[in-house]
Ligand binder design. Structure first.
Ligand code: ATP
Length: 607
């Protein structure tokens, strides 16, 4: 029997460790088994062993294809490996309930038959050389990367070939791996524990290894550095363009004063946009985008790639932002569901036109050789501002700095009304570093924590207009809408509506409003917002929105629910003109107040 070379190891060692791992559940026991395995693994292949434990062939962001061997293919491969009909595999599967155990059973039967016919001495493993980790890993890699015509047959042949060489125990785990059902109960944290004990002398090395992993989210690669060069080699690990950094996460709180206290009295408050987090890496002309879960999502956002190429003034940089669907005519935020609509589409360039996006940047983690994760937020912010070349769709997240809870609430309400889901409050003291991979109180999210729906439409009067941005620059694209207050006989603003118009509606906008344009706000209009152009209250439109919200910007029912806030509509959409209605027939402020109260009651009932 040929021995596995020094830089390799029999796969049976891994299979045995998997079997032991399956039998225990306490983290300390799992760690002991992993330490033993890691210590006996040649350092140059420890990355492969780590990936196998994770049930992967590479970190997700590398985009190695799935193995692509479904249950049916696997049954064919097992039947082929052990020369039995597929019906036998299927019936065993029914009784044993797990294809891994089926393969194990059939391998054992084959082994027994061989022993009988060839005699004990001639038999070793599957009859030839024992499988090595490298052979198993590389073959599985070939299975995953086999694509296109004939790949189905090739995948079956490769898996069957591996199984025919595997011992019963090895066969069980190979099958479970292929099926994605390894389930060893070992998380990343336990692997980190074991690496610290195996190569760092104990738990004191854990934070160094973990920090390196947080900065370069590739557990196999980190394991290999520490196994080959020791823990000290990890102390210099910095973010690397092209390798995702594990994201910093926020705690959650709903009391504004308490939130500010927790961040040290004063904080940076930013809109919390409702889209997809993007960690954007720029390396010269190359751009990579990683999701919150560190998947490579670059191919979904060719537009963001272009924005990053043009909008980052650095050779190499890593920035973070939220990618949000926007209305191309008004650049207003659109709900998260719209972004999902884009993600479901296959023709990316079509999807890009239908659901355009903007990026709201909130952090920078690396800039031309410098690791910025260790710098406090104000310094990172300065760097971000220096590096970003803003455009309409590539800007820094809307923000204020405050130590005042009332100001925080006011900004929060404005964020909601603008289509954000709340605010992020971030510490700005000297210890406000970027805590990669951690959820902590340096960032606190303050969100609406209810879900409600606006069921009825309302009829509102157009009292002003705004010129469009983006695709419709210079033309009226958004209307300032008001409710009627019979007590004062005035029109009080409720929302700005820029969505729901057809192209034809938009093209006719100037013509429709021409007769009503006046040089300044109409005396019967009560507004805190300055419109680009004012109208005589005349045109009534039917509007629906996601929900009624409070807003510091609107005068409808100002102070009725909360001091300093009026009632507004989140994500308002135009439905149609109601030319059959006079402005005084519009929905009244009192009706809106009742609707708001009903909505609150419904939320309370849900809770
Ligand atoms: P949630 O369910 O609230 O999105 P989460 O568990 O996905 O929470 P959290 O850390 O709790 O993640 O919330 C932060 C998320 O909010 C980020 O991952 C990011 O996608 C998003 N986000 C939006 N705006 C900002 C901002 N200005 N700063 C940081 N994160 C932001």
């Amino acid at each position: 029997m040929a021995k596995a070379s020094a830089a390799d190891m029999p796969f049976s060692e891994v299979a045995k460790a998997f079997e032991s791992l399956e039998m225990v559940s306490a983290r300390t026991q799992l760690t002991v088994i992993l330490v033993k395995l890691f210590k006996s693994t040649p350092p140059s292949i420890i990355d492969k062993v780590v990936y196998l434990i994770q049930g992967k062939l590479a970190p997700d962001w590398k985009g190695v294809p799935e193995l692509g061997v479904g249950e049916k293919l696997l049954i064919t491969a097992i039947a082929m490996a052990y020369h039995v009909p597929e019906s036998r595999v299927e019936s065993l599967y029914k009784t044993l309930g797990d294809l891994g155990s089926v393969a194990e059973r059939l391998a054992r039967e084959t082994e027994a038959k061989r022993k009988k016919t060839a005699g004990l001495l001639a038999f070793m493993g599957g009859g030839g050389e024992p499988l090595t980790v490298t052979k198993v890993f590389n073959t599985l890699y070939r299975v995953a990367t086999a694509q296109g015509e004939g790949s189905r047959e090739l995948k079956i042949k490769l898996v069957a070939g591996l199984l025919s060489e595997a011992s019963p125990l090895e066969a069980k785990y190979i099958v479970r791996f292929v099926q994605g059902k390894l389930r060893l109960g070992v998380g990343d944290a336990t692997i980190l524990d074991a690496l610290a004990v195996a190569f760092g002398g104990g738990a004191q090395a854990r934070p160094i290894i973990e920090r390196a992993y947080n900065l370069q989210a590739d557990l196999g690669a980190i394991a290999r550095i520490v196994a080959e060069h020791g823990v000290d080699a990890l102390k210099d690990v910095k973010p690397k363009v092209g390798v995702p950094i594990r994201p910093m996460l926020a705690e959650r709180h709903n009391d504004p004063a308490e939130i500010l206290r927790k961040v040290g009295g004063r904080g940076l408050v930013e809109y919390k946009y409702d889209g997809e987090r993007g960690q954007i890496h720029k390396d010269g002309d190359r751009v990579y985008i990683f999701s919150r879960r560190l998947e490579n999502i670059t191919h979904m956002y060719p537009d963001v790639v272009e924005m990053a190429r043009r909008g980052i003034r650095a050779e190499k940089a890593i920035v973070e932002g939220e990618i949000v669907a926007i209305d191309p005519d008004t650049l207003e935020l659109r709900p998260f569901q719209e972004l999902m609509r884009r993600k479901r589409k296959h023709q990316i360039h079509k999807a890009m036109r239908e659901v355009p996006v903007a990026v709201f940047l909130f952090d920078i983690l690396y800039r031309d050789g410098e690791d910025l994760t260790v710098k406090p937020l104000p310094e990172r912010r300065r760097n971000l501002e220096e590096v970003i070349v803003p455009s309409e769709t590539w800007t820094i997240a809307t923000n204020i700095v405050t130590d005042n809870p009332d100001e925080l609430v006011k900004f929060f309400l404005k964020a909601i009304e603008d289509g954000a889901e709340g605010v992020m409050v971030k510490a700005i003291h000297e210890k406000s570093i970027y805590q990669a991979g951690a959820r902590g109180w340096l960032w606190i999210k303050f969100k609406r924590d209810y879900k409600s729906e606006m069921i009825d439409t309302v009829d509102l009067v157009a009292v002003g207009g705004f010129y469009g941005k983006g695709r419709r620059g210079g033309k009226i694209g958004t209307l300032l809408m008001a409710a009627y207050d019979p007590e004062t006989d005035t029109f009080k603003t409720v929302c700005k509506v820029g969505s729901g118009f057809t192209d034809e509606d938009l093209n006719r906008m100037e013509e429709i409003f021409k007769p009503y344009i006046i040089p300044r706000k109409h005396p019967r209009v009560d507004s805190l917002i300055e419109a680009d152009v004012w109208f005589v209250p005349a045109k009534v439109a039917e509007i629906i929105g996601a929900e009624l919200t409070l807003s510091p910007m609107h005068t409808c029912c100002l102070n009725a629910v909360r001091p300093g806030a009026g009632i507004s509509i989140r994500f308002p959409r135009f439905i149609r003109w109601r030319d059959d209605k006079r402005p005084e027939d519009a929905t009244t402020t009192k009706e809106l107040l009742e609707m708001y109260r009903r909505q609150l009651k419904k939320i309370e009932e849900q809770a």
